[in-house]
Design a protein around this ligand. Structure first.
Ligand SMILES: [Zn+2]
Length: 107
């Protein structure tokens, strides 16, 4: 199952999204920080789904592949990209809220 990861430093009370290159030490004080994992929600999956659709249509555009959809393809392409951004925003705020609830106090 996919998870949204955060790192939390109990020392600095700092919660931030975990990056793929980050190994878990606090960026600010260098102390060992906790990894908080929030299960991804339907919004996260919708984000992936719309991103995939967006990427497919963008690559059709670049490769000049005819989809037979006419101008509709542009609506689908931009619609999918916008939807992916919106769901990504919803998912991030939701996951952040849950992570804050888990750790308690965040400055
Ligand atoms: Zn710290």
């Amino acid at each position: 199952m996919e998870r949204v990861k955060f790192i939390y430093c109990p020392e600095c009370k700092e919660l931030r999204p975990k990056s793929w290159y980050h190994y878990g030490d606090c960026i600010l004080c260098g102390k060992k920080s906790m990894t908080i994992k929030i299960p991804i929600s339907i919004f996260g999956y919708l984000m992936y789904a719309f991103s995939a659709v967006g990427i497919i249509f963008v690559s059709y555009e670049i490769a000049d592949i005819q989809t037979g959809l006419g101008d509709l393809r542009l609506f689908i392409m931009f619609g999918a990209i916008i939807a992916a951004l919106v769901f990504s925003y919803i998912e991030t705020s939701r996951a952040t809220e849950l992570a804050v609830e888990k750790v308690g106090k965040v400055r």
